[in-house]
Design a protein around this ligand. Structure first.
Ligand code: CP
Length: 312
């Protein structure tokens, strides 16, 4: 693997998931693969799981890790070509990406959607800026469009937990007081389109995801119908894509409850707002897979780093 910008960088998802499950059983089996190699993590946004699980994955492979909260501690970056930099930005991505490439062998970037300018977010300017100008492989730790490490962890969790050949998996929108990005939902959809599953997306009117991503997927505005006979229910909020970044609906009826969940397993990427997105009794029940999803973030990152290390 040359880089990991989206789930599309995985050729064979099924075998990648199986390799990650094998790594989980023997996490330090390849402890020398990353010797004398450095992973640099650059965070333009907050994190708990991504930061710690990616570090842990690199340590399992024997890598050194350096971390920077670029969003709060770095120079403000300029991405435009030919910009006269006489305003807020202090350093151009062209220099920043090449400088980081001197200090590390792989760079991983977290830079969320700002939800102000759809065109700019869709272009993933930070991630793609590093991908263009860095001279080392780039890993996406959540960009404005996708969260492929989360989606890979979710694929691992589904594979471990599923006992039938073709489960019914529902991605169900939930209310949230703030406008949230589409990245987790986008990557989950892209991952599910490569699974043997009956996959349904449920959300209120006005919350259609990017049609280029959901192309061919079953989409409904009827949550009850979607949840019928579900085996796995992945709950997530996202803001409107068409009315870009707007909160159009906070209907609490879309919140997940034990009654609505039925016998299905509950999934969420975390962090989650209790009793807004989902009730306490769901999260505290054995049907909740959220802690195992977070655990699998380590092995998702580890298989990606392993495949990149084998390539460089
Ligand atoms: N799910 C996830 O990416 O968690 P963090 O934002 O805490 O990294």
């Amino acid at each position: 693997m040359q880089q990991y910008l989206s789930i599309k960088d995985i050729d064979d998802l099924g075998s990648c998931v199986q390799e990650a499950i094998d790594l989980k059983a023997h996490p330090r089996k390849h402890r020398n693969l990353g010797a004398d190699k450095t992973l640099c993590l650059l965070f333009f946004n907050n994190s708990l799981r991504t930061r710690l699980s990616t570090q842990k994955a690199a340590l399992h492979l024997g890598m050194d890790v350096i971390v920077m909260n670029f969003g709060s501690e770095g120079w403000q970056l300029e991405f435009g070509d030919g910009t006269v930099m006489d305003r807020g930005t202090s350093e151009h991505i062209k220099e920043a990406a090449k400088v980081v490439s001197q200090y590390a062998d792989i760079v991983a970037i977290r830079a969320f959607a700002q939800l102000l300018d759809k065109e700019q977010d869709q272009a993933e300017v930070v991630l793609q800026g590093f991908a263009k100008h860095a001279t080392i492989p780039v890993v996406n730790m959540e960009s404005s469009v996708g969260h492929p490490l989360q989606a890979l962890a979710d694929a691992i969790t589904l594979s471990e937990q599923c006992t039938i050949k073709k489960p019914k998996v529902v991605l169900s929108w939930a209310p949230h007081p703030k406008a949230l990005p589409h990245a987790v939902a986008n990557s989950f959809v892209e991952m599910m389109q490569r699974q043997q599953a009956e996959f349904v997306i449920a959300h209120p009117k006005g919350y259609d995801l990017d049609p280029a991503i959901t192309q061919g997927a079953t989409i409904t505005y009827d949550q009850d119908a979607a949840l019928k006979d579900a085996d796995f229910v992945y709950v997530k909020n996202w803001s409107s894509f068409n009315h870009y970044g707007e909160v159009l609906n906070q209907d609490p009826h879309w919140k997940m409850t034990l009654e609505k969940l039925g016998a299905a397993k509950f999934m969420h990427c975390l962090p989650v707002r209790r009793n807004v997105i989902v009730t306490d009794d769901v999260l505290d029940s054995p049907q909740s897979l959220v802690i195992e999803q977070a655990n699998n973030r380590t092995y998702a990152a580890q298989i990606v780093l392993k495949k990149i290390l084998e390539h460089i």
